[in-house]
Design a binder for this molecule. Structure first.
Ligand SMILES: CC(C)(COP(=O)(O)OP(=O)(O)OC[C@H]1O[C@@H](n2cnc3c(N)ncnc32)[C@H](O)[C@@H]1OP(=O)(O)O)[C@@H](O)C(=O)NCCC(=O)NCCS
Length: 170
């Protein structure tokens, strides 16, 4: 079962559960701890047998790709709790919710920031990585994203020259 909730309307229990997994996985990584991250707008919860088997957040943002303003669904913290990994849950969740970004949330594309090793995983799910510089905001000023950026688009791939996230990263 898939549940789509506004991030601010998640129950405290679900939020705590998510934070526990996120801290466990990413809390010790210095760059993650040192970066200011955007607050998500939406959370996708994928349940099997009343247990959360995968979840991820979506940040809705008008970003700048080359000289165009584009409304994107920014995917963040895709997570399968350890005991459920390798069973296809994240793949199913991302595939089954692909249209949420385009239809329900009326975005023109999906954008995610990730580490090198996860490129093959997302490529199997129609995402593709782009090579251009991606800038985001921090209190200390504008920064250049140092890892990978992947897009999910509808009508073929694009290869931009420059992306501005117009705010905190996700
Ligand atoms: C990445 C993650 C969400 C995948 O969830 P999942 O439900 O196990 O995914 P699926 O079962 O659909 O697919 C598993 C595939 O993910 C890929 N994968 C998972 N972790 C990986 C890693 N660290 N490096 C490279 N590939 C990885 C592999 O291709 C794997 O295939 P395999 O099981 O045949 O080896 C899960 O491993 C996780 O929560 N990891 C920690 C959090 C994280 O890194 N999230 C991504 C943030 S961008």
């Amino acid at each position: 079962m898939i549940e789509i909730s506004r991030y601010t309307e998640l129950s405290e229990e679900v939020r705590n559960q998510m934070n526990h997994h996120i801290n466990d996985e990413f809390g010790h990584i210095p760059i993650v701890a040192e970066t200011e991250w955007a607050t998500p707008n939406w959370t996708i919860l994928y349940y099997d047998n009343e247990q959360i088997t995968t979840f991820y957040n979506i940040v809705i943002r008008e970003i700048k790709i080359d000289n165009k303003q584009i409304r994107v669904g920014g995917i963040n913290n895709v997570m399968t709790p350890k005991e459920f990994r390798g069973m296809g849950y994240a793949s199913k969740a991302l595939q089954e919710t692909e249209n949420v970004i385009f239809n329900d949330l009326d975005c023109q594309m999906g954008l995610l920031l990730c580490a090198d090793n996860l490129i093959p995983f997302y490529e199997k799910l129609n995402w593709y990585n782009i090579e251009c510089p991606v800038y985001f905001e921090q209190s200390s000023g504008k920064k250049l994203w140092g890892a990978q950026t992947m897009l999910l688009t509808r009508n073929g791939k694009i290869s931009p020259d420059k992306i501005e996230l117009n705010g905190l990263p996700w």
